[in-house]
Design a protein around this ligand. Structure first.
Ligand SMILES: [Zn+2]
Ligand SMILES: [Zn+2]
Length: 242
């Protein structure tokens, strides 16, 4: 098989993986929501259908570059992804995970904040905020332009920062789970993750739901560092008593 068709197959496979991963993870948390707070998504069916359509389009936008990079990693040694766990010192494993999360968070904070300017908001980011309130299905509900800004992050990082393939798997898992749970409409994590000393620096649903309520605050993805540093942090919201 020539390289072009191998890259095409890799891109299609990765699109399917991202799409199916989205359906499974969002579906699981939507089920958990129905079990924990029956009726929380009542009347949101048309919105949920929209969220799923935009998310599946995003799956292709994430999947195509990821598939190309995965092919290059396997066949051309393009990336800094390593599979021998001793290629780098063991202490580097947790550090690389933190570094990837912080780099992604930084990119997200600034592009997200920029997308709240009137023009980019109207053209792209309004799609994400059309979810009022968002549900577990809104995790990847982005306009293709916005999905594109998210799709380049991990490929750029794997080209430049060494990471073990397992640590990369952990980063992608955290990315997927937080994307879903932050939009779920209730707090699934224990109190110490969103209150107190640690919670003051971490983002969970309690923090991100305030972004969806008030728009011009709480722009971050995983950490509250940039929001606090730039004065855009308005604290965690409380979900209505149910
Ligand atoms: Zn959101
Ligand atoms: Zn926003």
């Amino acid at each position: 098989m020539n390289a072009a068709s191998a890259i095409l197959i890799s891109a299609i496979a990765m699109t399917l993986i991202v799409g199916v991963r989205y359906l499974i993870v969002s579906g699981a948390f939507a089920l958990a929501t129905r079990w924990r707070f029956p009726g929380l998504y009542a009347g949101l069916d048309p919105q949920i259908r929209r969220e799923i359509r935009w998310s599946l389009a995003s799956a292709a936008i994430y999947g195509i570059p990821a598939g190309m990079v995965a092919w290059g990693w396997q066949n051309r040694g393009w990336t800094q992804i390593y599979s021998d766990i001793h290629a780098w010192p063991l202490w580097y494993l947790p550090l690389s995970v933190l570094f990837y999360l912080f780099a992604h968070d930084t990119w997200f904070y600034w592009t997200h904040r920029w997308m709240h300017r009137p023009r980019p908001f109207r053209i792209a980011h309004a799609v994400h905020h059309a979810s009022r309130p968002p549900t577990a299905w809104a995790a990847m509900a982005f306009h293709p332009y916005e999905a594109l800004t998210g799709a380049v992050v991990i490929p750029l990082l794997v080209f430049s920062i060494p990471i073990h393939v397992g640590a990369l798997g952990l980063v992608l898992t955290i990315m997927t789970v937080m994307g879903v749970t932050n939009h779920m409409g209730w707090e699934i994590f224990p109190r110490f993750m969103w209150r107190g000393h640690l919670g003051a620096w971490l983002i969970t649903a309690s923090h991100h739901q305030r972004h969806h309520e008030q728009y011009r605050c709480n722009y971050g993805l995983y950490f509250r560092f940039w929001d606090r540093f730039c004065g855009t942090d308005r604290g965690v919201g409380s979900f209505d008593e149910r």
